[in-house]
Design a protein around this ligand. Structure first.
Ligand SMILES: Cc1cc2nc3c(=O)[nH]c(=O)nc-3n(C[C@H](O)[C@H](O)[C@H](O)COP(=O)(O)OP(=O)(O)OC[C@H]3O[C@@H](n4cnc5c(N)ncnc54)[C@H](O)[C@@H]3O)c2cc1C
Length: 263
């Protein structure tokens, strides 16, 4: 299948990308292309013009600044997998296949906010901060305010997710996933992190319209209780031909117990 016709531009710097987007509101950012291009080929998305940010060096790589890792949005899943970041390497290992991991980016995945993507649960459990630049300058968005709905993140029109700020050290972390056998997307994924102060944050992905904190699990584990069951209501989850809402709720319980046992 071929996408509809589109114009193509490239940016070499963040400033250039922002200027091009300000001049042309129709421009759609192209990062690794592993979510956008399949959607264009299926004609689910028909952007009239793409802005390729693959060549922007300042958006690539991971560096440590004291207690945080600064992760460029254009860091590929394969680079995340080989990194010393907490939790994210385990998550990146679960993303797609080697071809997807060599080209897809952590920023592309998180900006895209696919309800079945793996990273959003990890970002919520880690308490990542997102740095977004746009015409009004730079703003920092906490993980809890990043995922707004199905395929909807806090990155607005004309804005670029430039990097993530990830806590450099946590006591323990775990990601457990029940994957779609063909695509490897999460039917359900659960991330649990024990932070340096001993407090636990947890989140799930794949089950609802967006990744969410698992507040019942957090309350139980932080209160010294076992993970238990009934962590989410089936009524708030999605059902499709792969899994009903009730089955997804069951998977959340099972995966949460497994992840909790590892932290
Ligand atoms: C076969 C296959 C299997 C996959 N399996 C999984 C899986 O198991 N788990 C999983 O989580 N994902 C999976 N994916 C998705 C993959 O992880 C993508 O790489 C990722 O979702 C998007 O990243 P990208 O760099 O490819 O972004 P693109 O596809 O280039 O862009 C995605 C969207 O984000 C926007 N965008 C990209 N970067 C930025 C930025 N810096 N600032 C603002 N907006 C931006 C784009 O405009 C576009 O709307 C799979 C994909 C394929 C093709």
């Amino acid at each position: 299948m071929y996408p509809a016709q589109f114009d193509y531009q490239k940016a070499a710097t963040v400033d250039e990308a922002l200027a091009l987007m300000a001049a042309n509101p129709d421009l759609k950012i192209l990062a690794g292309g592993h979510s956008l291009l399949p959607a264009m080929k299926l004609r689910l998305a028909q952007p009239p013009a793409l802005l390729d940010i693959w060549g922007i060096e300042e958006l690539k790589g991971i560096r440590r600044e004291g207690d945080v890792f600064v992760v460029g949005a254009m860091t590929t899943h394969a680079e995340v997998l080989r990194s010393e970041l907490p939790l994210f390497p385990e998550v990146a290992h679960e993303v797609g296949d080697p071809m997807v991991r060599n080209r897809g980016t952590i920023g592309g995945s998180l900006a895209h906010a696919d309800p079945s993507a793996d990273y959003p649960a990890a970002a919520l459990a880690l308490g990542v901060e997102f740095v977004i630049r746009g015409p009004q300058g730079e703003r920092a968005v906490p993980a809890d305010e990043m995922f707004l709905g199905m395929f909807e993140s806090a990155v607005g029109p004309g804005e670029l997710l430039t990097h993530l700020r990830v806590p450099a050290r946590v006591r323990a972390s775990a990601y457990e996933k029940f994957k779609h056998p063909a695509s490897h997307y999460a039917i359900v994924g659960v991330a649990v992190v024990r932070h340096l102060d001993g407090q636990i944050r947890a989140a799930y992905t794949g089950a609802g319209e967006k990744a969410e904190r698992l507040t019942r699990l957090e309350a139980r584990l932080n209160g010294g209780q076992p993970a238990g069951t009934g962590l989410v209501e089936a009524a708030q989850l999605l059902g499709d031909r792969f899994a009903s809402p009730e089955y997804r709720a069951h998977l959340v319980d099972v995966l949460a117990a497994r992840a909790a046992a590892r932290v």
